[in-house]
Write a protein that binds this ligand. Sequence first.
Ligand code: CP3
Length: 338
Amino acid sequence: MRFLAACRRQPVDATPVWFMRQAGRSLPEYRALRGSGSILQATSDPETAAEITLQPVRRYGVDAAILFSDIVVPLVAIGLDIDIVPGRGPVLAEPFRSRADLARLRRLEAGDDLAHVIETVRILKEELSIPLIGFAGAPFTLASYLVEGGPSRTFGRTKVLMHSEPLVWAELLERLGDISLAALRAQVEAGAAAVQLFDSWAGALSRAEYERFVLPASRRVLEGLADLDVPRIHFGVGTGELLDLMAGAGSDVVGVDWRVALDEAARRVGGAKALQGNLDPAICLGPLPVVEEAARRVLKEASGLSGHVFNLGHGVLPETDPGILAAVVDLVHEETGR
Ligand code: CP3
């Protein structure tokens, strides 16, 4: 399987490709199936979630599937009142502001709390002939939603909490890390062949903040998966200045956004890791020749790597033409096939 081989920096017959947010709003068949219900409702029905996971596999010919779920699903499963507001993102009715709020984060008993997710993975293991990627939110990105109460541009409350109450912050991240680790282990035990830890908003942090306040908790999650022997992908947006630190967190693959070319990213990450990325999802809104030129540039910049998983630098934008993504998959396979 070329996706798993590339993650392990083994020889491949062609560069593997999948897209973050490949399952979702850019597909008309997704919108038709989901109707007007909430995304959390769709993730809670295993048959529906499995079907949504399969839709982009059929349409694009990607080399890996990603479970249809969300990073807040384990938090909803332990009883937090979180809604995913269309066009906005996760919103928490009562944000976390003090030590007392830690009591609201009980342990995740994955077998019971995530029974619907586990069932979805089992269905997919039967149906798929390519690897399934399980995922979870990294402690910092999850904490940012809990502390801000929703999406944020500045992460002001989150940064004030980490600097002014470092012990509360450390305990918050440790508990969130335990939840993400339990969720990831359950997905692997049910059949996921790789995992991705999404620290989408880590790029908002300075190096010193990342190292002191975030890296230890993410490392605990990634190292807590070591015995399962599945490739671990670690991804964030705007993390160019953090790549060398992220490389020390215990993943096998580092995800890179479009701001840093993959050859430069490889220098920052150092030798022993595969890289994933990094076509700009905004360019994918353009006409095919423009997208193809950008995709070829990514392949050129990746040509010296040992271990490249082609992806976007962040998720598919909702208005993307699915035909463009299908053409990108073909291009990557044709240009790199041997
Ligand atoms: O195809 C896939 O990638 C698998 C499914 C997936 C979803 N969310 C489904 C979803 C994955 C991997 C995620 C992860 C996720 N969720 C992240 C990390 C990845 C990233 O993009 O950085 C984050 C930060 C979230 C939180 C979240 N959920 C946001 C910011 C949003 C967008 C809100 C919006 O409408 O713009 C969501 C909602 C969401 N999660 C959608 C999907 C398909 C779209 C909303 C819908 O269909 O109702």
